[in-house]
Design a protein around this ligand. Structure first.
Ligand code: PGA
Length: 260
């Protein structure tokens, strides 16, 4: 069975001191967990400070973005080499906030995904439709386009080292979670796209996360769905208590499901 993955996307929250405190509390709360991969994605400034704290824990480190070049005259940007140097194993790419506020398009995101893989970083590629697209019943076309363009040229080996996160834009930070059925419906569609491109066996191994207002009280129902392999958590990852509870509830729900 695939190990589920729960990632916390802290966005532009937490100073270094706050980040250290939060991670220490999370670490103390989840030290027993072995059947879930847990990734923390703090702001760039906190990465170096958190790296040694996470070293002897099941928690892994991820960045929230990176530039596709390894160095260059790109004021304000951070390269894959730099995030690797501070201990990142993962990097979130193509988050809808990057697409919306920083005008990142699929071609640029595809460059980043390919560079991440070249540097042995695991990309967490985000896809998801806007509310307008869903209202116009174009959610499948929207996600398919992002899928095809952002993952263009990826080989079978590459896709096995890539995580996909389905994040409907209308559910991010709004408190409006997609229902487990809505999320499963789209995630099984993404799995189908993977199957068409890479075959059943490989498609079955790729982790597909759900993101958008994941909370301790909805993770259990979400993660029980066959095509939901974990979660990308924003707001609820900023408090140790709720993040720990999400991890606990996810593992409990999966245990209960396995025992059935
Ligand atoms: P949210 O954010 O959990 O606050 O909705 C999710 C995300 O943006 O990854």
């Amino acid at each position: 069975m695939k190990k589920p993955l729960i990632a916390g996307n802290w966005k532009m929250f937490k100073t270094i001191r706050e980040a250290v405190n939060l991670v220490q509390t999370i670490k103390a709360g989840i030290y027993k967990i072995t059947d879930c991969q847990i990734v923390i994605c703090p702001p760039f400034t906190a990465l170096a400070g958190l790296s040694p704290i996470l070293a002897d824990s099941p928690l892994e480190l991820g960045a929230q973005n990176m530039h596709p070049e390894n160095e260059g005259a790109y004021t304000g940007e951070i390269s894959p080499l730099m995030i690797k140097e501070v201990g990142c194993r993962y990097v979130i790419l193509g988050h809808s906030e990057r697409r919306q506020y920083f005008k990142e398009d699929d071609i640029f995101i595809n460059e980043k995904v390919k560079t991440a893989l070249r540097y042995s970083l695991i990309p967490i590629l985000c896809v998801g439709e806007t509310l307008d697209q869903r209202n116009a019943r174009q959610q499948h076309e929207a996600v398919k386009l992002q899928f095809e363009q952002s993952l263009k040229d990826l080989t079978k080996e590459d896709i096995l080292k890539t995580v996909i996160a389905y994040e409907p834009v209308w559910a991010i930070g709004t408190g409006k979670t997609a229902t487990p059925e809505q999320a499963e419906q789209m995630q099984s569609y993404i799995r189908r796209l993977l199957k068409e491109k890479y075959g059943d066996e490989i498609a079955g191994k790729v982790l597909i996360l759900y993101g958008g207002s994941v909370k301790p009280d909805n993770i259990g129902e979400l993660i029980k769905k066959p095509n939901i392999d974990g979660a990308l958590v924003g707001g609820a990852s900023l408090k140790a208590e709720s993040f720990i509870q999400i991890v606990m509830n996810a593992t409990k729900a999966l245990e209960a499901e396995a025992a059935r």
